[in-house]
Design a protein around this ligand. Sequence first.
Ligand code: PFF
Length: 455
Amino acid sequence: MKEERGHFGSKLGVVLASAGSAVGLGNIWRFPTETGSNGGAAFILIYLLFVLLLALPVMISEFVIGRHSRSNTVEAYRKMAPRTPWFVVGIFGVLSGFLVLSFYSVVAGWTVDYTMLSITGSLSGNQDFGEVFGGFVSHPYRPVIFLLLFLLITHVIVAKGIESGIEKFSKLMMPLLLVIIILLVVLSVSMPGAGEGLSFLLHPDFSRVTPRVVFSAMGQAFFSLSVGIGCLVTYSSYFSKETRLLPSALNVCIIDTMVAILAGFIIFPTVFSVGVQPDAGPGLVFVTLPNVFNHAFGDAAWVGDIFSILFYLLLLLAALTSSISMHEISTAYIREHYHVSRSRAAWIVTGVCMFLGTLCSLSFGPWKDVTFFGMGFFDLFDFLTAKFFMPLGGIGLCLFVGWYMDKKTVRDELTNSGAAPTSLYGAFMFLVRFVAPVCIALVFLNELFGNLIFE
Ligand code: PFF
């Protein structure tokens, strides 16, 4: 018997699942790290501009393609542009889906470990957290076990299907995640000395803005909104005819941006309250924060313990609602292209990511000397996807919707065939035809050739 494709059962499910994809380690781990190293509020302003002008139009384009074709991200182009090379955009998406999920699961695995450590109290007391973290990530198999565990949890949710797996999980976890964030923000901003952290977040220092910072902000906007590799093409292929694409996309952007900024409100006041510098890089949440949790509350050490448990749980939940969406890109493709069951397709994806993820994990330890262009597997996969495939995919998506697709089809998708009129159609078309592809290409080429020529 042929398995049903599946669909989201409610409007809330659509927004929470898509926002779940967007809100992830990108918001809570990567955004503060990038903000910390790239000039605080100046970086945030550039980031916001890119979200609005580049990533949002790409997201809407993904929704248009997915909902119209009701297919995985490769088949979508095959259906809508038969006998043309457009499907290559989809293939790059599926490949990127594998790469992103693989390196993402490494960090997610660390969060599984840190959640357990904080629950068992092993992160309390006077310890050298730099050493704890360094020892853990370079251990020959410990981080690999957590990576595999994380991928298995992701697998179980995806294998259950769209409505009873992905949608149900997102509907349960996203509200919980928002509650935890608010609790943490309240705790964080009420710490003594928090003001300094807030002013770091709110006062832009443009002297730190270089072309590289601009490029990073664009990569971050794409990564954070999960756009450019067909993840949202896949999700929106499960949207109903009634789903309104523009408001849904706007809601997802608003939720994602809010969470990123709130994560900044959690991390920077906390970090500044004990006088630590905010530009610790990727170690910020695994080295600096445990230190802070242990020292910031004096005699009331239990508050730090609770802070720590909630924070790592938050990271873990956010990572899961995103990893299921990356997994679904390739699961949907394999299921439909090779006509296999969802469960088998999901196992193939999980298996491949377990292998690639292990390579990434080992690049922090025993294989740290195995490099390509100076990067280990982890950095290479991160670079290839966030800085390369996502922007290129973004250009492809904009050109497809802005120039290739029939205008009436695009308008019908955006207005639900006239049932939900919108005054934003013209603005969207302008962004998607001219502004987004040109800006993405400029930033991208500048980085590529700038580096080739000057470095
Ligand atoms: N948006 C996710 C985050 O911010 O953590 C990461 C992500 C999810 C990237 C899904 C790409 C993707 F297709």
